[in-house]
Design a protein around this ligand. Sequence first.
Ligand code: TYD
Length: 133
Amino acid sequence: MEAKIISVPKYEDPRGNLSFIEENNHIPFKIERVYWIYDVPGGQVRGGHAFKVQREFIIALSGSFDVVVDSGTDKQSFSLNRSYYGLYIPCGLWRQMTNFSTNSLAVVLSSTKYEVSDYIRDYNEFLKYRSKL
Ligand code: TYD
C-alpha cells in the first residue's frame, strides 16, 4: 500500500477555521500516540527510518516541510503546508522529513505506542526487509 494525502474536514469561519480528525474515520487506524516535531534548525533532516508495524498520519499544523517516502524501489516527495490535510504512511516504508520552514510544527498521529524494536534505522536492512515482504 502506498502513502497518500488525506484531506480532513475544514470548517471555514470568519472567526477562524476549524479542522478535526477522528480515529478509524478520517484516518484508517486507532490513534495510540501523538508526537510533534518543532524548533527544527534550518537544513536538518528528521525521521530517516521505516517502521515494521506503525502506521502514521503527519500534518503540518504550522509552516511547511517535505516528507520523502521510499518503498525501496520508488521515492515520492510530499509537500505538507496546510493544516487541513496530512500524509498517511502505511508501515514498511522508509521516510524522511526535510525542508522545514522556520516555526514549522509537524504533528504525527501514530497507530502504536513508542516501540524501539519497530524501527528500521539502517537503509540496507530496510531493503533486505522489503525484499522478504
Ligand atoms: P526518533 O524517532 O529517533 O526521531 P526521528 O523521527 O527524527 O528519527 O526520536 C528521537 C528520540 O525521541 C528518540 O531517542 C526516542 C524518543 N521518542 C520517544 O521517546 N517517544 C516517541 O514517541 C518518539 C517519536 C520518540
